[in-house]
Ligand binder design. Structure first.
Ligand code: ARG
Length: 442
């Protein structure tokens, strides 16, 4: 029983929040006249001492004391004696743990937001540097149209902006205080839930005591936002892995973010990116793990809910690490822009520009222009050259409406420069997007 019941090994991470919650509760009890000023002062003194002990390395753990809440209270009793027993008036471990966990997740959201912001500023820096550098844009991982590297990086900036929005939304909903819900029904003591909520930085007390002790959707929202952010990181990680592969050769990772092989001396493996790619599974797993614990649980508290913390702690630690690793990689990766540009010109990537030119300059309907361009591509393929290297006579042989102005749109630079529609890949757009992001404080 002791071994299955104990949770101190995991929930000791809540020590700061547990002490903060007890301070707020004791102050509220004293202000409401439920606790004497003398007892409240003793409790404060004891909690200060425990805080110092934890900061200096922790408390002696005893499995029989189950969890962080019992450890803090037992230690308080050792330090201040009888008044320690009065702290738990009008409180239960059920509202206590819900309060501690909400406080912890709130801090985690703030830390992740800072990590996401740092990642964004790395993306902005690199996007600005490479606003005008051309790379192949892919669909189906087949060369599609030239894009700018800056635009590609800014796509991740946008994903990250939404990730931050998801965490911010979760934070708004979670910032209500369960404290004072007691075991499940509230209490007969004249407590002031608004006061303890305010003292802990919550916007208001939760409106329903049953909901307050049995809800864990705040933790699930955190995990869901983490899963989405992790999924986005895994896509960039995958692209870095592909780009670093020798047949691509688009990027080189610095030694600090790659590893060698024990047998192949030339190797430089993108291990950090591969691990970020792998961790996407951990976040999704953490979400499922908690969702399955909560599914079908009757109100109010059940001990199943003690298992809510491990997946959240693990997801937080891992996401913080992944963000640090990806930020470091984005900051230090070197892009082989010459090779990217050369690759951008292969695969007839400006075929769409030729078709668009026929529509614009020749008044040709797009469907027909698409067909004509297909014949030009076939001719280039047969001649073993790029579209821009086909002789004008060959092009005119396919369609007489083509003239030499067409060569102005067949280079990759002309192609990206022309994509000025809102949200398009042109260097000017990238610079404007970076400036707008900076102006908005990211
Ligand atoms: N360690 C418990 C948890 O994390 C604290 C709440 C215990 N409440 C109870 N009624 N046994 O969920």
């Amino acid at each position: 029983m002791r071994d299955i019941n104990v949770s101190i090994g995991v929930d000791k991470r809540l020590w700061r929040q547990d002490i903060a919650g007890s301070r707020a509760h004791a102050a509220m009890l004293a202000a409401a006249g439920i606790l004497s000023e003398g007892d409240a002062a003793e409790i404060r003194r004891g909690l200060d001492a425990i805080e110092a002990e934890y900061a200096a390395g922790g408390l002696v753990e005893d499995a029989a004391l189950e969890d962080i809440h019992m450890h803090v209270e037992a230690r308080l009793k050792e330090i201040i004696g009888e008044p320690a027993g009065r702290l738990h008036t009008a409180r239960s471990r059920n509202d206590q743990v819900a309060t501690d966990f909400r406080l912890w997740v709130r801090g985690a959201v703030d830390a992740i937001d800072a990590g996401l912001a740092a990642f964004q500023s790395a993306l902005l820096t690199r996007a600005e540097q490479h606003a005008g550098d051309v790379m192949p844009g892919f669909t189906h991982l087949q060369t599609a149209q030239p894009v700018t590297l800056g635009h590609h990086l800014m796509a991740y900036f946008e994903m990250t902006r939404r990730d931050r929005g998801r965490f911010a939304d979760a934070r708004t909903r979670l910032n209500e205080s369960p404290l004072g819900a007691a075991a499940l029904a509230g209490t007969s003591f004249p407590i002031d839930r608004r006061a303890s909520a305010t003292a802990l930085g919550f916007d208001r007390p939760m409106a329903n005591s049953l909901d307050a002790v049995s809800d864990r959707d705040f933790a699930l929202e955190f995990l869901s936002a983490a899963a989405m952010a992790g999924l986005h990181l895994s896509r960039l990680a995958e692209e870095i892995i592909i780009w670093a592969s020798q047949p691509y050769g688009f990027v080189k990772l610095p030694d600090a973010f790659s590893t060698g092989s024990s047998i192949m001396p030339q190797k430089r493996n993108p291990d950090a990116a591969e691990l970020v790619r792998a961790k996407a599974g951990l976040f999704l797993g953490a979400y499922q793990r908690l969702a399955i614990i909560m599914k079908g649980l009757p109100l109010a508290y059940s001990k199943d809910m003690q298992d809510d913390k491990a997946p959240v702690f693990e997801a937080f630690d891992t996401l913080a690490l992944c963000l640090a690793a990806m930020t470091g990689m984005v900051e230090t990766i070197s892009f082989d822009t010459a090779r990217m540009r050369a690759a951008a010109g292969t695969g007839f990537s400006t075929a769409t520009d030729l078709a668009d030119w026929l529509v614009r300059e020749g008044g040709v309907p797009f469907r027909e222009a698409h067909h004509i361009t297909g014949r030009c591509v076939a001719a280039a393929e047969a001649a073993g050259c790029d579209l821009s290297a086909l002789p004008l006579e060959t092009l005119r042989g396919i369609d007489a409406r083509i003239d030499d102005r067409v060569f102005g749109v067949l280079t990759v630079e002309a192609s990206v420069a022309s994509r000025t529609s809102f949200g398009g890949t042109s260097p000017a757009n990238v610079r404007a997007a970076v400036a707008a992001a900076r102006g908005a404080g990211q």
